[in-house]
Design a protein around this ligand. Structure first.
Ligand code: TNX
Length: 512
């Protein structure tokens, strides 16, 4: 067995992909080369899925669609059979060694590829690995000619953290359903399993709430820079949730409050302490808005919004923001959270919030999301000590909206420049003083969109940093190595070219 981190890179300094094994990102727990076990896909290859499992079947259909699109082969999907094990098999079985909820084993032979997992989520992860084992042309949207051979390997794999997330801000610039789906597709290929949607902010309210219709019809009518904005109808949102779920991604919706609420305050004068609606805002200032903490109507409003959002959201979390509430006093902030957190709980959901919520008396199942550039935070440390789990997204390590360097046209830089190496070389399990590995829920890379307008912009900022943070969340700490990673990341470029992704050619990576 070759230790996953060592021994695979043939030419540490050579350009492009590593010789021998394909450049897998995130790096699996172990990859063993099997000469003579290569499998060549052809027009007869089918996908066989665990008989009786609708979930395994859905993963199989997902894979078959990708293969049909690029190979042009029919790729039928059928039940696995004990007597014919040729082709690609997706089996639900106790994998050995135990790979957990999201892990898998992938083995090739001249007859086929077998992915075994305990759960469909693991099969889905294994399928993402298989995509990277195939030639990059597998990502083609149209039928292509390629040598559809999978190298001989035996892979055992499971994640370091169960929660790996990306965040998309649809408030500063609205991003329609198709763009969100595109982002979901890109994240899923790197085994990301949560999508945090930043649905509301000062510049726009992007989710339909029937009991407060002006939130979207007025509050959603503009965006940063003054464009037309937009919003998700409930059906749009359901469509995103379903599309994500098919890719084993859980949506975590965020309603940011009590700050970042100008769009709501502009939409309803009665939500303001002075009863006067402020104008809509299209600039990028922060910290000036606050819901009116003393007003009873504020909590009726929050209850309506959370109820309607919870009804639309199958996932366990609702994110209540809580960041940068500079226009709210500390006492008011604590009072606000003490009233809003129970509303989330009454709706059967768990609270997530930016780390400022940990300055108040949060329940232990509430998840503070660490976004600071500092490596200590008393509230987060204390929450972890009481048993809370923390989601890690330190801005100077994971913020995809930040400039790579001084030449980057897009992006902000309040947390400094964030080059690829910065996103890779940090350890979630030791990053924050007093918050150890066992207190970490997972890792997120947020994409705030003050300067991000098009899908090209999104791609440029997310690639290659999204895959980098995804590996931080997936790959075991001791297996991660920058010199090895930069070669594997370079190997991904061929896939991105087929996908026509607008990625940043960081000088830190030896692109082919
Ligand atoms: C800080 S990170 C914010 C956002 C901005 C972002 C830009 C956080 C919790 N709040 O309001 O969009 O910086 O990088």
């Amino acid at each position: 067995m070759v230790g996953a981190a060592g021994g695979l890179a043939a030419e540490p300094d050579g350009p492009g992909a590593r010789e021998g094994l394909p450049s897998l990102v995130p790096l699996p727990v172990s990859v063993e080369e099997r000469s003579g076990a290569e499998f060549a896909l052809d027009a007869d290859t089918g996908v066989r899925t665990e008989a009786g499992s609708a979930e395994a079947r859905r993963v199989g259909e997902h894979l078959a669609e990708i293969l049909r699109r690029s190979t042009g082969y029919p790729v039928p999907v059928s039940d696995a059979s004990p007597t014919d094990t040729s082709g690609i098999q997706l089996l639900l079985a106790d994998a050995d060694p135990v790979v957990g909820e999201q892990g898998y084993q992938l083995d090739t032979s001249p007859d086929g590829v077998t992915i075994r997992a305990e759960h469909a989520a693991g099969l889905f992860s294994g399928v993402q690995t298989l995509r990277q084992l195939l030639p990059p042309e597998v990502e083609s949207a149209t039928v292509t000619d390629a040598d559809w051979t999978v190298p001989g390997v035996s892979i055992t794999d499971y994640p370091r953290f169960g929660h790996r997330s990306v965040m998309l801000d649809v408030a500063r610039h609205f991003h329609p359903v198709e763009h969100v789906k595109h982002y979901i597709d890109q994240a899923a290929r790197y085994k990301v399993n949560h999508l945090h949607l930043h649905l509301t902010d000062d510049q726009g309210w992007r989710i339909q709430i029937d009991s407060w219709p002006r939130l979207t019809t007025y509050g959603g009518s503009t965006q940063v820079g003054g464009g037309p904005g937009g919003y998700f109808t409930k059906d749009d949102y359901r469509e995103i949730v379903e599309y994500a779920a098919e890719r084993h991604i859980t949506v975590v919706p965020e309603i940011d409050m009590p700050g970042h609420t100008n769009a709501a305050l502009a939409s309803y004068a009665e939500l303001n302490c002075d009863g006067i609606a402020p104008p809509l805002r299209t600039d990028i200032e922060v910290g000036y808005s606050s819901l009116c903490v003393d007003l009873p109507l504020t909590y009726e409003f929050v209850a309506d919004v959370i109820r309607e959002l919870a009804e639309l959201t199958p996932g366990p979390y609702i994110h209540i923001g809580g960041d940068e509430a500079d226009a709210t006093t500390d006492e008011d902030y604590a009072l606000f959270m003490s009233r809003v957190i129970p509303i989330v709980e009454e709706n059967g959901k768990q609270v997530m919030g930016w780390h400022e919520i940990a300055n108040t008396d949060i329940p232990t199942d509430a998840v503070p999301q660490f976004w600071s550039t500092s490596t200590s935070h008393e509230g987060v440390r204390a929450a972890a000590e009481r048993g809370a789990k923390v989601l890690m997204s330190p801005a100077n390590k994971t913020y995809l909206d930040h400039k790579y360097d001084a030449t980057t046209q897009l992006g902000l830089q309040w947390a400094g420049f964030v080059e690829v190496r910065d996103t890779y070389e940090w350890d979630p399990g030791t990053h924050v003083e007093g918050v150890s590995e066992s207190s970490i829920l997972g890792v997120e890379s947020p994409l705030f969109t003050e300067t991000i307008v098009t899908t090209d912009d999104m791609e440029y900022m997310a690639f290659p940093r999204l895959p980098s943070v995804a590996e931080v969340g997936w790959t075991q700490a001791e297996a991660r190595d920058w010199d090895d990673f930069r070669l594997r990341l370079a190997g991904q470029a061929a896939h991105w070219e087929v996908l026509d992704l607008n990625f940043y050619r960081s000088p830190q990576i030896p692109w082919p």
